[in-house]
Write a protein that binds this ligand. Sequence first.
Ligand code: AR6
Length: 178
Amino acid sequence: MYRYNDTEIVVVQGDITKVKVDAIVNAANNTLLGGGGVDGAIHRAGGRIILEQCKKIGGCPTGEARITVGGNLPCKYVIHTVGPIYKDGKSGEEELLYNAYYNSLKLAKEYNLESVAFPSISTGAYGYPLEKAMKTAIKAVIDFIEEENFPRIINFILFSERDFSIYNDYLKSLLKDK
Ligand code: AR6
């Protein structure tokens, strides 16, 4: 576990649909109507109510975030955000990915959600190189904590052992191990 100011940062290897926090973040697409990867897993485990609320919301631009209930998931809410599709790294991907993390946390704060879990947005189907994406994710999270002193707990949930190690190695070098 790591700490930045008053926030605990926890890196976990596993399945985000099993995590009991106030809000998990979904790596969705612009339609918000579901898909593969973590998005598919969240809709499958959460049930129809999530899709019904997503339909009412009517989509989400890249870099923004929207919120639904958690349905049958152990979390209370799902924050749906849309990361960029990685092209060449020079097409605004970094800013869009930063915004996806930052705007997800803004929404968590609006709803006073003290514990938030992120998957590794854009690094699956959307092809963003993991290490680059991780640095942007951590920068956005740290900037947000610095500015808002919120939330209390942030989890990074990594599906693969490799991604888990890369996150841990980087955070270890960046922050003090607790
Ligand atoms: N828990 C945690 N992480 C997961 C899980 C899970 N249950 N399942 C997959 N991952 P991706 P993207 C990891 O493709 O790149 C969808 O079709 C996965 O191993 O889910 O943002 C959407 O509808 C990878 O490391 O999201 C969009 O169309 C990471 O989550 C598109 O994919 C992200 O992979 C979004 O692509």
